[in-house]
Design a protein around this ligand. Structure first.
Ligand code: GLC
Length: 661
């Protein structure tokens, strides 16, 4: 949709009660006070700034044609569910035609819908229905690479075989190099993210092609202006259909380091093998900003569309902030998805080696991004799980067997009180956790299959049992399939929790604890995780300080409490979250003591003593207890006040407030 024609109605105006899941307005959440002062100030910010984006992993959302895979009609069927939850945008995992080597992140045709999910008519219906209900739709598209089944790739190979189609340079082709002994080897020692070397040999044409990810995902050659033009055409095609933006997969990898001598080797950190970790060679490469600026000018500048860049490799707050400049002529992306907080449990970036992390590390990772984004006038993204990650509840709240619901609600309080656009992943609102036990039929994801096969072949004999056990634990803790388990809509096992029909097998087994999570049940229970999520979304929308307020961490080194303030104009929130499954005694720092009143807690009303309604100087937090307090007026003695005044909100919002003591 072109800029000028974009007009969506406010989401609440479109709340249509779903016949199957009625919400009773009388179901009040625990202590939440929604009718306190509302800040309606128009900030003049782009629409995505205060949006809650809900990620749908299409194959696991809802199947309507009994083939065991979720589909577009399933999403259309569940739009009311999403409207009731209160999200603003749906992000669809790749829906384009694909051989599904990497669940659609290997696109064979950018202009066709994957037949597993439906066809273009189903897509048009979904898009129109979503827009009618006030939901925007963004598509997930991989432009760094395609599938090796893509016509472009086949043409490129054909060009090297002599077909005069001009597509020889559409991908990154290179000759073998000869070492001093006359042995042939790949052009560089770069290790692919999934397995082995980043260069794959094609004997028919005696050349290697480069693939950062799997060998069936060749990288496009962005150096070639024809490739860039083709990619921009893809984006325009979908934007002209009316989509509201894109999640741009691995977008900081589109420019690779190459010098006049060829492809430089990466530093050797694993002396026993040829392939070496090469993030510094392919992430944030020399021309990435040129390409993204060009893409902005050619495409995004002409639409009111979101460019959300995924950067899972090699991004820091400093590098990240360079992608989101608001300066005319330097614009590239609107938002970036960064990963530091979900990499704390890896050793040297290796996700399969599990590591225990401490809360101060998590606080540092989150605070760095929150602060840096605010400093540069950018805008953060706030998220804790997605289709590549385990369930946030299993990762961030370790003792949640007994406290599942409290932990899930605590994480909701965290997510919706940080600064940035919130990315919510399907099933998170149901408090879904990783399954407890490993099972072989759960190993479907290409990355996990490669890892599991390698471990099995490497450890056939001695020490095998122990190594296999460790690998099973790693897979059930970190593997990508655990977060991809189909959504349990109902508690019945005979139709896979309402995900598919009783005659079909879901593509990935259903969750063993499906009954606990079932959406249908939770929507009717006023104390459920789902209702808590819905209320947190509302709370955030009604109190702009929770969206725009300045973030300030309190006691960054406290081992159990994650506490911070959010301050905006004359309103200040104090959020204190006990991230451990035991009582924690916390002495509030002096500026946080006086004058706060309770907004909400994840413990039920009546469970707290009256003193909990007001923050006092010392208090005992119960396991996974989270509390949000609020204070109005400039006499709220925040850290800001002590500093004698601070600019509030984003520079572009033009809001300034100086605190007086
Ligand atoms: C991104 C996607 C992931 C995919 C990879 C290669 O990280 O989120 O699922 O495997 O890119 O496209």
């Amino acid at each position: 949709m072109r800029n000028e024609s974009k007009q969506l109605s406010p989401i609440l105006a479109h709340l249509e009660p779903s016949p199957s899941f009625p919400i009773k307005p009388s179901h009040a959440p625990a202590i939440i006070e929604l009718n306190s002062s509302k800040d309606e100030a128009d900030t003049g910010e782009p629409w995505w700034t205060d949006a809650v984006i809900y990620q749908i992993f299409v194959p696991s959302f809802k199947d309507t044609n009994a083939d065991g895979y979720g589909d577009l009609n399933g999403i259309t069927e569940k739009l009311n569910y999403l409207v009731q939850l209160g999200v603003d945008v749906i992000w669809l995992s790749p829906i384009f035609d694909s051989p599904m080597y990497d669940m659609g992140y290997d696109i064979s045709d950018y202009y066709t819908i994957n037949p597993l999910y439906g066809d273009m008519e189903d897509f048009n219906q979904l898009l129109n229905a979503a827009h009618r209900k006030g939901l925007r739709v963004i598509l997930d598209v991989a432009l760094n690479h395609t599938s090796s089944e893509n016509r472009w790739f086949k043409k490129s190979v054909a060009a090297h075989l002599g077909e005069p189609n001009g597509m020889g340079d559409f991908y990154i082709w290179e000759d073998a190099i000869e070492d001093a002994q006359g042995n042939k080897r790949p052009p560089s020692n770069w290790a692919s993210v999934f397995e082995g070397c980043m260069w794959e040999w094609v004997p028919e044409i005696s050349k290697y092609y480069l693939h950062i990810f799997g060998r069936a995902q060749p990288d496009l050659n962005w150096e070639n202006p024809h490739v860039r033009r083709a990619v921009y055409n893809v984006l325009r095609f979908w934007l002209d259909k009316g989509v509201d933006g894109f999640r741009l997969d691995a977008i900081n990898c589109i420019s690779k380091v190459r010098n006049e001598d060829g492809w430089p080797d990466a530093q050797i950190i694993w002396p026993l093998r040829f392939e070496q970790k090469a993030n510094q060679m392919f992430a944030n490469g020399p021309r990435v900003h040129d390409y993204l600026r060009e893409m902005h000018d050619e495409v995004f500048a002409h639409y009111d569309a979101l460019a959300l860049g995924e950067m899972s490799c090699g991004i820091t707050p400093e590098l990240g902030s360079e992608f989101i400049s608001r300066d005319r002529g330097k614009q590239e992306l609107d938002l970036i998805v960064h990963f530091e907080h979900v990499e704390l449990d890896c050793v040297d970036g290796d996700k399969w080696i599990l590591r225990d992390w401490e809360l101060p590390e998590l606080k540092a990772a989150v605070s760095k991004w929150q602060t840096r984004m605010a400093e540069v006038g950018g805008w953060d993204t706030v998220w804790m799980e997605n289709h590549d990650q385990p369930r946030g509840l299993s990762r961030f709240c370790k003792a949640t067997k007994i406290c599942r619901e409290l932990g899930a609600k605590l994480l909701a309080m965290w997510l919706f009180t940080l600064q940035g656009t919130v990315l919510l992943y399907q099933g998170q609102e149901l408090g879904m956790q990783n399954p407890d036990e490993f099972s072989e039929d759960m190993v479907r994801d290409v990355e996990t299959v490669i890892y599991w096969n390698a471990i099995r072949s490497r450890h056939k004999d001695e020490g095998a049992l122990q190594m296999l056990e460790l690998a099973r634990k790693a897979i059930v803790t970190k593997g990508r399939d655990v977060g991809r388990i189909p959504i349990p809509w109902s508690p019945s096992c005979h139709d896979s929790g309402g995900f598919t029909s009783s005659s079909a097998h879901p593509w990935l087994p259903i969750h063993p604890n499906l009954e606990e999570f079932a959406a249908e049940k939770q929507i009717r229970d006023h104390d459920s995780v789902w209702v808590f999520y819905r209320n947190m979304i509302r709370l955030r929308k009604e109190h702009k300080a929770l969206i725009y307020g300045v973030y300030e961490i309190i006691e960054p080194n406290h081992p159990s409490i994650f506490a911070y303030t959010r301050t905006w104009v004359d309103e200040c929130y104090l959020i204190a979250l006990n991230f451990v499954g035991e009582d924690t005694d916390w002495e509030l720092p002096p500026p946080c003591r006086e004058g706060w009143s309770l907004v909400t807690s994840n413990y039920q009303q009546g469970q707290g003593d009256p003193a909990r309604r007001v923050a006092s100087d010392r208090r005992m937090f119960r396991p996974y207890e989270g509390i949000i307090w609020r204070k109005i007026k400039t006499d709220c003695a925040t850290h800001n006040a002590e500093k004698g005044g601070i600019e509030i909100g984003r520079p572009s919002a033009g809001i300034r407030c100086v605190y007086a003591n």
